[in-house]
Design a protein around this ligand. Sequence first.
Ligand SMILES: *[C@@H]1O[C@H](CO)[C@@H](O)[C@H](O)[C@H]1NC(C)=O
Ligand SMILES: *[C@@H]1O[C@H](CO)[C@@H](O)[C@H](O)[C@H]1NC(C)=O
Ligand SMILES: *[C@@H]1O[C@H](CO)[C@@H](O)[C@H](O)[C@H]1NC(C)=O
Ligand SMILES: *[C@@H]1O[C@H](CO)[C@@H](O)[C@H](O)[C@H]1NC(C)=O
Ligand SMILES: *[C@@H]1O[C@H](CO)[C@@H](O)[C@H](O)[C@H]1NC(C)=O
Ligand SMILES: *[C@@H]1O[C@H](CO)[C@@H](O)[C@H](O)[C@H]1NC(C)=O
Ligand SMILES: *[C@@H]1O[C@H](CO)[C@@H](O)[C@H](O)[C@H]1NC(C)=O
Length: 392
Amino acid sequence: MMLIGDPVYKSMKIILLLSILQYLHLAYGSVNRCGSPTLQRCFCGHQFFDDKSMFVVNCTGLGFKNADMLNELTEDTEMLVFTGNHIGTLPSNVFGEGRNMTKLRIIDMSNNGIHDVKGKAFHHVVGVTRLILNHNNISISSEEERNFHHPRVFSNFFNLEELHLTNAFADNTDATLADDLHDIFVNSNLTKLYKLHLEQNEIKNFKDDRVFCDLPNLHDIYLGNNNIPSLNFNITCLPKLRYLDLERNNITKFSQQDLDRFDRLAYPYRSINNNLTLDIDGNPFRCDTAIKNLYNWLHKTNVIIRDKDTLQCHQTKYGTKYIMNLKNLAESKHAKISQALTILLVILVLILLTLLGAYAYLKKGSMRGRFSPLLEAVSRKVHYNKIESQDV
Ligand SMILES: *[C@@H]1O[C@H](CO)[C@@H](O)[C@H](O)[C@H]1NC(C)=O
Ligand SMILES: *[C@@H]1O[C@H](CO)[C@@H](O)[C@H](O)[C@H]1NC(C)=O
Ligand SMILES: *[C@@H]1O[C@H](CO)[C@@H](O)[C@H](O)[C@H]1NC(C)=O
Ligand SMILES: *[C@@H]1O[C@H](CO)[C@@H](O)[C@H](O)[C@H]1NC(C)=O
Ligand SMILES: *[C@@H]1O[C@H](CO)[C@@H](O)[C@H](O)[C@H]1NC(C)=O
Ligand SMILES: *[C@@H]1O[C@H](CO)[C@@H](O)[C@H](O)[C@H]1NC(C)=O
Ligand SMILES: *[C@@H]1O[C@H](CO)[C@@H](O)[C@H](O)[C@H]1NC(C)=O
């Protein structure tokens, strides 16, 4: 039996104390790496990301209710992952007044229930190449400086290459959002922006069809899972456009003009290895005359169409069809038409014959009179022929 005051018990107590101290030391070390006690629950340290070792501060799912602790973010931070909290408002100068986050490359603030982005929220972020604000609830209002409407919200991101705004906005804001997007892009001078994600934002129409025209380096536009009804924005002004995602929108058809515009972004208008890639799967295309246009285009265009073979069109009469197999539909339609024409022709011929018969019957008397010498001559000749042949 072990007793209190036992030397074994004493040594265990010492070991326990030592391990607590060691734990505290580790925790203290972590605080140091994060540079601040307010960030101590975050992971701070080097991590491989995109084949590079980066100093990462990762504050995922820590229940933060505001972003105040980001004032204390060390200037060594190269990647900030601040996701799954609930901060509501992104204040002005998120990283603190007069601080210089020149090493920061990636900011991920997804899934934080952000509804307000204050003007000048991001300052001194010249090095940031990727900003991720997916799955937030950002609202649009006409009150300047109050929230995302602030048209210069991304204006300090001189080197931004990727902007991720998938499901970033509050529902039912599509109209105002689409109105504001162009203002935001015009005023933000995002001359290096390469990739733009705007999926799942209920976008229908853009107030200005030149909405993306002020993003001269734009290569990839992701607009999947919106409610866009047609090619209602200018793509001709984007000489570098390489990938356009229009998956699962509300497009029923493309006009010939639209198809020509796509073609202009592929060989021979562009170099042979620079063909546009287009994703139009999951749209409610109609199996009508316009689809024949699309069918023909799909078979001859140099634009690369993702999932070309599973593209479908719908019509109550024909159900759902694979557009690439539409030939059958077109052929059977042709067949039906020619069948109908044949029947019509037969009927017409029958009518004609009947009419001729009736005419002949009515004019029987006069006809017999007129033709009888001829008929007699013929029958006589037949008669002679018969006799002759019998002679042989
Ligand atoms: C950040 O931390 C969370 C959980 O702690 C982890 O799931 C996630 O992968 C981390 N992110 C990065 C980029 O390391
Ligand atoms: C930020 O740091 C860069 C270089 O590290 C320097 O050129 C720049 O002037 C600094 N800006 C501010 C506002 O401190
Ligand atoms: C988003 O914001 C609206 C009000 O702007 C609110 O009604 C809604 O509950 C919010 N949704 C989430 C998921 O936070
Ligand atoms: C836009 O940014 C470029 C550098 O990226 C700069 O030269 C130009 O002056 C800026 N234009 C405006 C209007 O801020
Ligand atoms: C799209 O923009 C280009 C370049 O600015 C312009 O030439 C063209 O006319 C525009 N197209 C439409 C349909 O507005
Ligand atoms: C999709 O387009 C149809 C008309 O083609 C329209 O009736 C419908 O409201 C649109 N759906 C959405 C979600 O915009
Ligand atoms: C672009 O299209 C041309 C013509 O169809 C084709 O020869 C070429 O291989 C395509 N380029 C790529 C990278 O697919």
